[in-house]
Design a binder for this molecule. Sequence first.
Ligand code: PLP
Length: 361
Amino acid sequence: MKIDFANLQKQHQLYKEEIEVAVLDVMHQCNFIMGEPIKTLEANLQNFTGAKHAITCSSGTDALLLAMMALDIEPGDEIITTPFTFIATAETIAFLKAKPVFVDIDEKTYNIDPTKIEAKITNKTKAIMPVSLYGQPTDMDAIQTIADKHNLKVIIDGAQSFGSTYKGQTDSNLGDISTTSFFPAKPLGCYGDGGAVFTNDEALADKMRSLRVHGQSKRYHHQYIGMGGRLDTIQAAVLNVKLKYYAKDFKRREEVAVKYTQALQDKTLTLPTVAENTTSVWAQYSIRVKNRDTVQLKLKEKGIPTAVHYPMPLHLQECFGYLGYHKGDFPISEIVSKEIMSLPMNPYLTDDEIAYICHYL
Ligand SMILES: *Cc1c(COP(=O)(O)O)cnc(C)c1O
């Protein structure tokens, strides 16, 4: 058997008639920049998430920049986040010359541990940036309570979690600003780079709409230092089609996750945990194994691809050497990054494929 990790091919085959019509329509109209499909997509995203404002942008990375720029994050400001995430989370903080301040993760969910946040708050702290890792929101009540108490903003890096919920709300509808990514391999992917920011605050929404187009208030009048951060109309056209089927897709991802968990129950592996009151969109199904290299190699020989999200926590990355962290500072992130391994995850895995994968674990 030869198993596909994310199976973008299969997804394209399923929706290609509609997607190709939508993309060709943009080409025929030549409305490549901020065409009608962008407006339609933003309305569709608002509908789907419940957030009052959805503003599309060029990537999940740029979404984080837009969020922090809108909140006036300045050089020297501190933002508390997790070291167990994709580089973009902390990289964008550092890019704005603010300082990422790391807090270790919860051993079960792999998300930032809210009980460890308060100890890291200083008079420079401006925001908390939880990441909904693998598609699962953090304990947002705990985070919001701390933020309210210390007058901090909350920016959710929801790059992996579009459509996930915490106490019935999508994580796009929580915090001051929430972001997502439409990178092809994310749960809702487009056909290139793309992202969005979400907020219920009208002033922040207006500011982010302006920041995404060079901070302009009207054409060639620039109120803020902004960026070129628009989503392409073609990508919006793709997403408008895919969003129609997204709920069905992530329901199936959930079924795949349940099947994995049932089949792997009795093995000596650490399986993923979804916290109470929370739903995951299963960006990844990640397990922990002691002898990861051996297991990955064995699976590879059987045609089963795996991936590691992520092999090195951010406090140990060369680029963050200047922050002065050391090995041992965040022991849970460090041990999890040595043992974590993601199994193939997509809505098209068959029961036979799942059984085949689990047999070799
Ligand atoms: C993918 C990802 C990003 C960046 O999104 P891009 O669209 O690739 O720029 C940011 N944060 C996390 C947690 C991610 O997984």
